[in-house]
Design a protein around this ligand. Sequence first.
Ligand SMILES: Nc1nc2c(ncn2[C@@H]2O[C@H](COP(=O)(O)OP(=O)(O)OP(=O)(O)O)[C@@H](O)[C@H]2O)c(=O)[nH]1
Ligand SMILES: [Mg+2]
Length: 198
Amino acid sequence: MHDALKAARYLLSETDPARLGESKAEVTFVGRSNVGKSSLLNALCGGALARVSNTPGRTRTINVFLAGSDRWLVDLPGYGFAGGDREEIAGWKSMLEGYLTGRAAMKMIFLLVDAKVGPTKLDLMMAKWLDAKRLPWRVVATKADQVKPSRGISRRREVAESLGLASEDLAWVSAKEDVGMRELRGEVSALLGLGLAA
Ligand SMILES: Nc1nc2c(ncn2[C@@H]2O[C@H](COP(=O)(O)OP(=O)(O)OP(=O)(O)O)[C@@H](O)[C@H]2O)c(=O)[nH]1
Ligand SMILES: [Mg+2]
């Protein structure tokens, strides 16, 4: 079992990525507001670590959770949330971009896309940007419980294709119904190098 993930705990919140210390290895979760980033992080770690809400824009800061002694799971504010003013949005953008490009030990940026809604324009822009920056990234389709089981396979293919990917390139999960979580937990543990230490 992934005991080190289960024992993950809140470490710190920061708005200035330049002020973050170093980790030994880290993974992070990006995506539009309300796509389920904080919920996924909680489900991965088996606890209520990150704050979840029906109100988009719940997560406002870079929130760091610690697994093992020096491995990080990082929850980020979502994009595409219309509640902020221009200046605030610009601030969020530079915070996200500064963080995503500034981490020496980044092992994977999980780009979360709603399984039922599919990738939005901003999701496609983010995918393109991550590619252009040559950052390690992978797509996770969230809230799979909201897709009819009979549509699951074809919907997964559609979502993948709209991102230029094959079905198997895409993780297909539900934090709520515990779909695909064991596999993702294994993947995150391996990326963080927790398998051996745990
Ligand atoms: N049906 C379903 N709902 C989910 C799932 N995961 C999250 N949700 C719901 O989606 C809403 C948003 O979840 P959050 O985890 O707060 O989303 P977020 O991406 O962190 O949002 P921001 O912090 O605003 O960027 C909440 O009402 C959750 O209960 C899931 O797997 N299935
Ligand atoms: Mg959140």
